[in-house]
Design a protein around this ligand. Sequence first.
Ligand SMILES: [Zn+2]
Length: 469
Amino acid sequence: MSVLEGSRAVGRPDGTDDLTRTPVRALRGVRLPDGTLGTVVLDGALVGHVAPTGAPAGPGAAASKCGAGENQDGAELDATGWRVLPAAAEPHAHLDKALTADRDAAPGGNDLVGAIEQWHRVRASVDALDVTERALASLDRYLSRGVTAVRTHVDVPADGDPLRFVDALLDVRDRVADVMTLQVCLLASSATPTDVLHEAARHGVDVLGGCPHLAPEPGAETTRLLDVAERHGLPVDLHTDEQTGLDGLDVVDLAAQVIDRGLVQRVTASHVVRLGSLTPERLAPTLDLVARAGLGLVTLPITNLYLQGWDATHLVPRGIAPLRQILDAGITLAAGADNLRDPFNPAGRADPFETTSLLMTAGHLGPDDALAAVTSGARSVLGLAPAGLAAGDAADLVLVPDVDLGDVLAGATDARVVVRGGTVVADTRVRRTTALHRTGALATAPGPGTTSTGTHRSTPSQPTTTSTR
Ligand SMILES: [Zn+2]
């Protein structure tokens, strides 16, 4: 085999190339997470090895190191001008609610109770086809942004077939399976009959969830949900403490029950907003208990910044868990966006770098921890094998323009080439033009459209995205 066979360039971030569906054998000349340039050699759906530029000299050298089983038929891509990062995972979405923000919207916005009321009004006219269409449209956005795995929670309507949304999303899960991972988590309410929970398990939900913090008796609801999960051996992901007040602390009860039962399946507490209201004296033993129970925590800054604090007259709470202290306690931390343009969050871009931006500004994490929360932390909570640049990692990667990592985490770049399991599954290029550049005044200024070899244009225009599903 010629070492140049299948060799091509990724192309410019503002170009017209489209690599969607291209199997990848190697990425040459790419900026690695440590800031150096190197070559990433794939081994089927996994990362084979990463070599610094200069070790394998010249075009095609990386391919010459391919062993049996590596992507011999894939393209060897010259990725000069691009930076490679692990693909992201969205640990907490609501695809059945997504993209309904403009239906029956309250003029002034919603707190959590108002959002639930709006959603219940909207939900009355939602059928399975509606769920399917909005779920697929949302997944297309996530995938184009570099998200290759999504966990969606799904409602159980009290009227009609209680599992019609579940069944619709299980069907979507199967339809997208060759390009992205979708996990379906039941979102039971305390009014959902227990036999419906068992039926959902038999239908094939991946995770059992609920919202004990909204139940009349939160402890009893947690017990009921864990009973069902234990019976079916399902992972658990509960909406937990999604309030800023300190009337109770459901995550303590959840952790204690997990320890008492000796549960072996993965258990996750999502939101945990109340932890952000605790004094250090109360927070430390609480996090110690959560760590001993092995719970993963999911923070969802954009939605909780929106939903919390409406009743405050001053010193408005942020609605975000104490992220630094959670990490310092050795607890797995994942971050996501939660709702996407629905009654619970009228905004949102399905973009992990929108989340990293908020983790840094509102959550006070540094860039490395922010990136980890939407990548390795999120995959860990989802129970997925690591993705990234280490040998043996899943080859779920995202190429972004080779600008400073801070620009990427701030969400300043839109061009992305997304690889899942060694194959390109989405390709977005963005062309920018401003009058400032026409004057030549910014000819040397770095910016989102800058490449190491190309010119730069500014001001976002509509990106062009091609993705597969
Ligand atoms: Zn949620």
